[in-house]
Ligand binder design. Structure first.
Ligand code: NAD
Ligand code: TYD
Length: 335
């Protein structure tokens, strides 16, 4: 019997993580005959770029649609009748949310509500919400498990936590078939160069220094994007509906150490660092306990931090033109 793949709709599929997920799905379906049942919905904001999907062009259907537009979302659902929806679309950058929270509340909260209502109306069988470790807030010692309290500390994190709670409420009220995934900081090829590692690479490529907020001692748990996508795919296929799964990386590192490692991989002087003004409300440390997904599905991060940084830098060296094309926007953001 030929393998049947359910129709999967991916929101935010032209973004950094969504595009990696689409490529993983397509790669895993090469043996399947005929049209692949993958639908990408993306508004193509500053962060969305179909160049990320050029290598798999024509292997998915694309709709340039805003998830906040109920009429447009309805017409996509009516036409495509997705069985599974994986929801990546969001405003995703903390610094931008501190500058202006409005679009974060609109896209991340209202957009999610419009999407899950459409899922209910059109009988979607499984909804996967890509949340974040930032919903738990900061911690100094230990690791967050899935049942930890929410204490988000910036407008981005609040908007993601609100949508996460909304999805949980739909699970309770309507037995909405959702699974929530909370990944730690992702890095890797095609990340928009506003986030720490990709911005650091871009700055060094243009002869500058890696900007470090505050004293550089804040800690993040870095997860290579392909590792994260393998986890999301496993949870989408075999995770338990109504459950929450953390996906934490192996590379827990202080920002200053990350910057030094990155400079080493780039082959430039360890002096290429500049200390800049700290982020407002900068969370000291994020760290996830991912034992649940390991126990249930055997997932754990596999790509070591140095290996992941090398893969990211190799990709960046081959895609300098793409990275540098984002410079006008980045220089406006970090003026
Ligand atoms: P990204 O900013 O690279 O991509 C977001 C995508 O969503 C873009 O393609 C953008 O065009 C699209 N989008 C934005 N607003 C939209 C709207 N109104 N309608 C339709 N599409 C819209 O983000 P990312 O880093 O790929 O993150 C993807 C998801 O994963 C987000 O939900 C984010 O909160 C979550 N997450 C990210 C990280 C990380 O480290 N990047 C970690 C944990 C969780
Ligand atoms: P970022 O990539 O923005 O992700 P998040 O805020 O979701 O963790 O930032 C990662 C860490 O790097 C965070 O502690 C803030 C810090 N950082 C800098 O030190 N300099 C920078 O220029 C940026 C963008 C971030």
């Amino acid at each position: 019997m030929p393998k049947r793949i359910p129709k999967i709709l991916i929101t935010g599929g032209a973004g950094f993580m969504g595009s990696a997920f689409v490529k993983l799905l397509i790669k895993g379906s090469f043996s399947v005959q005929g049209e692949l049942p993958f639908v990408v919905v993306d508004r193509l904001t500053y962060a969305g770029d179909l160049k990320r999907l050029e290598s798999v062009r024509r292997k998915f259907k694309f709709y340039k649609v805003d998830i906040c537009n109920k009429r447009q979302i309805d017409s996509v659902f009516k036409k495509e009748k997705p069985e599974i929806v994986v929801h990546f679309a969001a405003e995703s950058h903390v610094d931008r949310s501190i500058n202006d929270a409005q679009v974060f509340i609109k896209t991340n909260v209202k957009g999610t509500q419009i999407l899950i209502d459409a899922c209910r109306r059109y009988g979607v069988k499984k909804f996967v919400y890509i949340s974040t470790d930032e919903v738990y807030g900061k911690l100094v010692h230990g690791k967050f498990k899935e049942n930890a309290c929410f204490k988000p500390n910036n407008p981005y994190a609040v908007s993601k936590a609100t949508a996460d709670l909304l999805v949980q409420a739909y699970v309770k009220a309507y037995k909405f078939p959702a699974i929530i995934i909370r990944p730690s900081n992702n890095y890797g090829p095609w990340q928009y160069p506003e986030k720490f590692i990709s911005l650091g690479i871009l700055r060094v490529l243009e002869g500058g220094k890696i900007p470090l907020y505050g004293d550089g001692k804040n800690i993040r748990q870095w997860l290579y994007v392909d590792d994260c996508m393998r986890g999301i795919a496993a949870i989408m296929r075999k995770g338990r509906v109504g459950e929450v799964y953390n996906l934490g990386g192996i590379g827990e590192s202080r920002n200053i150490d990350t910057a030094k490692l990155l400079l080493k991989v780039l082959g430039v002087s360890p002096e290429q660092i500049e200390f800049v003004q700290d982020r407002l409300g900068h969370d000291i440390r994020y760290s996830l306990d991912s034992s649940k997904v390991y126990r249930e599905l055997g997932w754990k991060a596999q790509v070591g931090f140095i290996q992941g940084l090398k893969l990211t830098v190799d990709w960046a060296l081959q895609h300098q033109r793409w990275l540098k094309s984002k410079l006008p926007d980045i220089n406006k953001l970090y003026k």
